[in-house]
Design a protein around this ligand. Structure first.
Ligand SMILES: [Zn+2]
Ligand SMILES: [Zn+2]
Length: 363
């Protein structure tokens, strides 16, 4: 079938909207008409060449839309279903079976080679392949092929065009808090970096009843929004470690860092109590050497890296929507919509931080 996709032809190049020929769904796949797609930090990194993908390629991994057709063997979904697309996983390896599909042994093969596992590309222009399957979708397009495992059915009374970010950035921040750190009600938590991932962590911390939630970000506007979404204190990074340690004597129970630089990881460790736990989420490429103080860790402090919130999207996205209905996860406040044709403006605004979470809406 014909689709219109934003095609990247060279690192840091503009994304041109082009006609492509998209295959029909093979066994286990679903064809989704995309209603809206978020722009995530990882898309920006992939545009810059930090993810080794063959070119030309279609990015986009926070898609949501309506199922148009299903391949053989797909029973859980049917045409007309509203779905949020997330990362893909195999469902068969030990980590998938243990409930940690974000650490699937086939994660790279399924999500970041630009091809299906059998090596085929999902799109073509004439005889030339156009690479796709990015995070199991490539949803900077009017239509995308996903698998029945990474298409999550959601209620159809919700604005489907806005739900895509649940499938990556929002589940990343919320999952790190709700599934990995799992702070008890009444505990204390600090979040470093108030982009969409950090804001989701703040909302999740509020939802579980953390007593003190400190949001740290250089932007006054973001600090104000973090405060409205559940932070009890919002601080500029300058002097934040000292202020947090005087605010919470002994340090906070948990911290979440969403930036990934040495300075920020170090700060997120230094505010911890003994014992205390830090989740590091910021992605800055596959190699990112930083220095941390081992002597500080010895006092029962731990740091763990988290991808995609370590959640199973098939259950966790529904959990987030239940929080949303209860007024505890107002993710729509992070979103600014753009017409699909203005993808380059949306990406520019994501890079400068002018927009927290751009979502492209299909015509
Ligand atoms: Zn697996
Ligand atoms: Zn993402």
């Amino acid at each position: 079938m014909k689709a219109v996709a934003a095609v990247l032809r060279e690192p840091r190049g503009a994304l041109a909207l082009e006609d492509v020929e998209l295959e029909g769904p093979r066994e286990g796949e679903v064809l989704v008409r995309i209603a809206g797609v978020g722009i995530c930090h990882t898309d920006l990194g992939a545009c810059d060449g930090h993810v080794p993908l063959p070119l030309p390629v279609v990015l986009g991994h926070e898609g949501a839309g309506v199922v148009e057709a299903v391949g053989d063997g797909v029973r859980a979904l049917q045409p007309g279903d509203h779905v949020v697309l997330s990362f893909d996983s195999c469902g068969a390896c030990q980590t998938c079976r243990d409930g940690h599909p974000a650490y699937c042994r086939e994660f790279t093969a399924l999500n970041s080679t630009g091809r299906r596992r059998d090596g085929s590309a999902t799109m073509r222009q004439g005889d030339a392949p156009v690479h796709g399957s990015f995070l199991g979708q490539s949803s900077f397009a009017t239509h995308a092929l996903a698998s029945a495992r990474n298409a999550v059915r959601v209620d159809d009374d919700l604005p489907i065009e806005l739900l895509g970010p649940l499938g990556c950035s929002l589940q990343t921040g919320a999952g790190a808090v709700l599934r990995v750190l799992a702070p008890a009600a009444g505990s204390t938590l600090a979040v470093f970096g108030c982009g969409p991932v950090g804001m989701a962590a703040v909302m999740a911390a509020r939802a579980v009843g953390c007593r003190t939630i400190v949001a740290v970000d250089p932007s006054p506007l973001r600090r104000e929004l973090a405060f409205e979404l559940g932070a009890t204190v919002a601080l500029d990074p300058d002097g934040a470690v000292r202020e947090i340690r005087s605010l919470v004597p002994g340090g906070v129970d948990c911290s979440v860092e969403t930036v990934g630089t040495g300075d920020v990881v170090d700060a997120a460790l230094r505010v911890l109590s003994s014992p205390g736990r830090c989740a590091t989420l910021g992605f800055r490429g596959a190699r990112n050497r930083i220095e941390i103080d081992q002597g500080h860790l010895l006092f029962g402090r731990t740091i763990t890296g988290v991808i995609e919130g370590d959640v199973d999207p098939q259950t966790f996205i529904g959990d987030l929507l239940a929080l949303h209905r209860a007024g505890l996860f107002a993710f729509e406040r992070l979103i600014t919509t753009y017409p699909f044709a203005e993808i380059d403006r949306a990406i520019a605004d994501a890079r400068t931080g002018a927009t927290l979470k751009p979502v492209l809406v299909m015509p």
